[in-house]
Write a protein that binds this ligand. Structure first.
Ligand code: SIN
Length: 293
């Protein structure tokens, strides 16, 4: 891969031209159509859906969200209506999106990822997939898969056999060696690597000694994580031959440009959307002013 500096805002990714490098991160934008209704998809290069599993999941018991003084803890537990509902009732609405959709897929077993993908293959609405082997908030699968390169390889290989569409594997920063897991995903057939899922975090009420989150430890997102994500993007992009999608730490256009300069091909924004639903358009304006592109 060759890089130019300052990095170009217009990107070529998975054989397509994207006017914006900004993707909406999984779990922060539904399936995209919710934001379309609010008219805030301007500047969005692509939407990544909330995770989809084979069976419907109610998710973890509340409280499962907590805003810290500098970020957000989440412990949603992959709540979603299940793949059959998504296929029949959600994807037909998401067909109106003005940008590509990636479906985030999660599973409790190695075979579930490919099973979900096979079912989704009958839809032509989405461009590809993001395979989530990194959720920190579930007992089965999740990050326990992502830290084991052998499991990552088998999950990616199963998905690769189930689809001709491109897919990214979203890895965990919590434990294991993210570079080894990325290499294993690429060997298994991944067309990109998403770096990375949330960092483990916790907030304890000192009055009670209890975590404010029911499941206790949660996933943490914050602008403060930017240097950690930049380092991981740099390490992974220097080790693999497929594109890297960064996820985490973005709060301004400078941050997106820095992640592109570190080796990301596309850049996800998530937590910022909670306060600024028009974040993608704002980031694009800032980047255009900074680079003159
Ligand atoms: C969740 O649903 O708990 C978050 C999803 C994730 O971190 O992958």
């Amino acid at each position: 891969m060759t890089f130019s500096f300052p990095p170009a805002i217009k990107r070529r990714f998975w054989g397509q031209v994207f006017e914006s490098p900004v993707m909406l991160a999984s779990g922060t934008a539904g399936f995209g159509h919710e934001l379309l209704d609010l008219n805030c998809l301007s500047g969005v290069g692509a939407v990544v859906s909330k995770a989809v599993t084979f069976k419907p999941r109610a998710g973890n018991p509340p409280p499962r969200l907590f805003e810290t003084s500098f970020g957000l803890l989440n412990s949603i537990g992959l709540a979603n209506p299940g793949v059959h509902h998504v296929l029949q009732h959600i994807l037909p609405i998401a067909a109106d999106l003005p940008c590509p959709l990636l479906i985030n897929v999660a599973g409790e077993s190695v075979s579930e990822f490919a099973d979900v993908v096979r079912i989704l293959e009958s839809s032509s609405v989405h461009l590809g997939y993001e395979i989530n082997v990194s959720c920190p908030n579930v007992a089965e699968g999740g990050a326990a898969f992502g830290v084991d390169p052998d499991v990552v390889f088998r999950v990616a290989q199963g998905v690769s056999n189930a689809t001709d569409r491109p897919f990214s594997v979203k890895l965990t920063p919590n434990g294991g060696d993210i570079v080894q897991s990325a290499e294993a995903a690429v060997q298994g057939g991944a067309s990109a690597i998403t770096v990375c899922n949330t960092f483990l975090g916790m907030h304890i009420d000192w009055r009670t000694g209890r975590s404010v989150i029911k499941r206790r430890v949660a996933g943490y997102t914050s602008p403060a994580l930017l240097p950690l994500v930049v380092a991981k993007v740099w390490q992974v992009s220097n080790a693999i031959s497929v594109p890297v999608i960064s996820s985490g730490g973005v709060s301004c256009g400078e941050d997106v440009l820095q992640l592109l300069a570190a080796g990301a091909d596309m850049v996800q924004v998530g937590t910022r959307l909670m306060r600024r639903p028009f974040a993608a358009a704002e980031l694009m304006d800032e980047m255009k002013k900074l680079t003159g592109e």
